[in-house]
Design a protein around this ligand. Structure first.
Ligand SMILES: Nc1ncnc2c1ncn2[C@@H]1O[C@H](COP(=O)(O)OP(=O)(O)OP(=O)(O)O)[C@@H](O)[C@H]1O
Length: 236
């Protein structure tokens, strides 16, 4: 049975004089994978950071996994930021141990399985890895928590096109139906096959949202095409 995973009302976040999120409203239930889409600077990362509890100082009401963003919510929310956060000198196996020690809901066997599935070695140090390989490690770790909400900020931007499908398949393998995955991405075409829903943002607000199948039927085009239609004028 699906429950409300994210409930946001009137969320405003300013960076000095710049309004990054502007009275944003959003409700997302569990049991789905949702793409968070929009042009550069529309507020996707800022929204994910507020939800993850790493950006305070905002206005409005935010509930995630039944809690306000903070220590309690972090126990139920797996956040994958867009920048590398693991120690450069560590081996993959040490990163797995780090997650095991830090997160009570971390499934070591699942992480090791995913790391193998992604073609990585446990003994390799991160500093010897490419950007795409590091992303695979971070995805494997983030998706191996038994979280209620997964917040993934551009998780496959460094992964080559041929490997993306494998990574996406691995990401959603054995995913609990009681969870929500919210993924920000510009790779709409690559993500579309795994998405149940999308949220399109503009200027710190939700411009359009809905189930992928409904939007495809309503507009008679793919989500990738819809994305291009919606944003083509602002890109000029
Ligand atoms: N730490 C910061 N200080 C000041 N302004 C910021 C900061 N972080 C983001 N911004 C601004 O807030 C706005 C939203 O940025 P954000 O990173 O949330 O956008 P985004 O949709 O994730 O963009 P992209 O698709 O390029 O990653 C942008 O105008 C950006 O310049």
């Amino acid at each position: 049975m699906s429950t409300t995973a994210i409930n946001v009302r009137g969320l405003t976040k300013n960076y000095g004089v710049l309004r990054a999120l502007d009275a944003l409203d959003l409700t997302l239930p569990t049991g789905q994978i949702v793409g968070l889409l929009g042009e550069n600077g529309c507020g996707k990362t800022t929204l994910l950071k507020v939800l993850a509890g790493v950006l305070a100082d905002h206005e409005g009401d935010v509930t995630i996994a039944g809690h306000r963003p903070g220590p309690e919510s972090k126990a139920h929310v797996s956040f994958l930021p867009d920048a590398s956060f693991l120690p450069d000198n560590a081996r993959v196996s040490e990163c797995v141990r780090l997650y095991r020690d830090f997160f009570a809901d971390f499934d070591v066997a699942k992480a090791e399985d995913l790391i193998g599935y992604f073609g990585l070695q446990q003994s390799t140090r991160l500093k010897a890895m490419s950007k795409g390989m590091r992303e695979k490690v971070q995805i494997a770790l983030a998706m191996s928590r038994q979280a209620t909400v997964y917040l993934l900020d551009e998780p496959i931007s460094g992964v080559d096109p041929a490997a993306r499908q494998v990574i996406l398949d691995g990401m959603v393998r054995n995913l609990s139906e009681d969870s929500l995955v919210l993924i920000s991405t510009h790779l709409v075409h690559d993500l579309e096959p795994i998405l149940d829903g999308v949220v399109l943002m503009r200027h710190g607000k939700v411009l359009l949202e809905g189930a992928v199948d409904d939007l495809r039927g309503q507009y008679n085009m793919s989500i990738d095409q819809l994305f291009r239609e919606v944003y083509q004028w602002s890109a000029r």
